[in-house]
Design a protein around this ligand. Structure first.
Ligand code: FA5
Ligand code: MG
Length: 385
């Protein structure tokens, strides 16, 4: 049930591909934007999102899951009080279309406009985009579900005092109770703990970690919405609210023991068939993913002198992703040294290639590695060794 307008994929993709000096969106991202994994009931991300939605909708939340991923600098950063010099604003970290528009790097980008439109209890789900490292838990597109709850004088329980402190404490307690209930709803009995955190748009801010597979894992960030944000969204001075944001892939990997984030993008039936039969709002207990055989990987090293202006590692990772697509599993720095006379820095990165569904052939890896080297020298200006 949805009154949301559906997304115009063709128009969005055309916008993403429009040339502009600041456009740093590669074809691989344009091709996968708006893939809709989180609204597909046969996909583990769609199933997990439905499970989260079911938990919140019984207390009257509505869901926005078809918001365009193209947002303004104001939506993604300014409206959320992100400092002007914050790293996340840089083109090394974020995909820009032009001076003013970018691919959202978190679902929080839609928070202020939806509060301003009068919504007080809602979820926002969708794909988010970040230039980032390359390994089993990082992918340049992933999915988030954000939630927001706002009260004002008319909706706050009367036992909560009128002081800002009392209202903040009420919101914080309600937030923790709600999210502990969510984790219980998704995972059943699991150990969890709250950790202090920082976000420009919430105060106090917290992260929730759960104990799973012998370690503590961060699953979401949250906090009490800063009063200035509510004021700018047109809410009265007595209002108070909370917000959270969680990563669907990270939760799904834990829930189903899915070992590699690339699997969410495969159409290999040995992956998809394991989830296609699950109940609409997620099976109880969750599907236990049975990994199919891991095909042999292959590593190649690349060594180069850094260009005079230095290197943003995300630019290197982008070169590898563009040349290798989903055949790259991991890129790691294995060695670096500075030449004693010239003071130039040399780095060696190890690239692990592996196909999820078959064995790689030598010649195809050699071809990709040659393309990686070409891009490093052409796009980064590094001198290959
Ligand atoms: C945020 O994105 C904040 N917008 C969350 C938030 C919302 C805080 C509202 C307060 C109020 P962060 O960058 O930590 O925060 O990401 C939130 C979650 O997304 C993480 O807990 C994690 O589950 C997931 N996540 C973050 N980066 C990645 C990544 N590269 N790959 C997969 N999941 C990720
Ligand atoms: Mg974090």
């Amino acid at each position: 049930m949805s009154s949301q307008p559906s997304l115009d994929f063709a128009a969005i993709r055309a916008h993403l591909a429009t040339p502009h000096p600041r456009n740093n969106i590669p074809a691989s991202i344009t091709a996968r934007a708006c893939a809709g994994l989180h609204v597909n009931p046969l996909h583990p991300l769609g199933q997990l999102k439905a499970r989260i939605q079911a938990y919140f909708e019984r207390t009257g939340f509505s869901t926005f899951d078809r918001l365009s991923p193209i947002v303004t600098v104001r939506q993604n950063f300014d409206s959320l009080l992100t400092p002007l010099d914050h790293v996340s604003r840089r083109p090394t970290d974020t995909y820009y279309l032009d001076d003013d528009r970018l691919l959202r790097c978190h679902m929080t980008a839609h928070q202020v406009e939806l509060i301003a439109a009068g919504h007080s209890a809602f979820l926002m789900a969708g794909d988010v985009f970040r230039r980032d490292e390359v390994d089993a838990t990082h992918y340049p597109i992933f999915h988030q579900v954000d939630g927001v709850r706002v009260w004002d004088d008319a909706t706050l329980p009367s036992v909560v005092g009128t002081t800002p402190k009392a209202r903040e404490e009420f919101a914080l307690a309600e937030l923790k109770e709600t999210l502990e209930g969510l984790v219980q709803h998704v995972f059943g009995d699991v150990k969890m703990r709250w950790v202090d955190a920082f976000f420009p748009f919430t105060e106090p801010s917290l992260e929730l970690e759960i104990y799973f597979g012998n370690r503590w894992l961060e699953v979401l960030g949250c906090g009490v919405i800063r009063p200035r944000i509510l004021a700018e969204a047109g809410r009265g001075s007595g209002s108070v609210g909370w917000a959270f944001g969680l990563g669907l892939e990270r939760l799904a990997m834990v829930l189903h023991e899915i070992p590699d984030i690339r699997l969410f993008w495969t159409d290999e039936p040995r992956f998809t068939d394991q989830f296609a039969g699950a109940a609409p709002a997620g099976a109880t207990p969750p599907v236990q993913f049975r990994p199919y055989s891991k095909y042999p990987g292959c590593t190649k090293d690349v060594t180069f002198w850094l260009p005079p202006q230095g290197l943003a590692e995300n630019d290197l990772f982008a070169c590898v992703r563009e040349a290798a697509g989903d055949l790259v599993e991991r890129v790691e720095l294995i060695d670096s040294f500075t030449h004693p006379k010239t003071a130039r820095e040399s780095r060696c990165y190890r690239i692990t290639y592996r196909h999820m569904n078959r064995t790689l052939v030598n010649e195809e890896v050699d071809r990709i590695q040659a393309d990686v080297r070409l891009r490093i020298s052409r796009d980064i200006g590094a001198e290959l060794r």
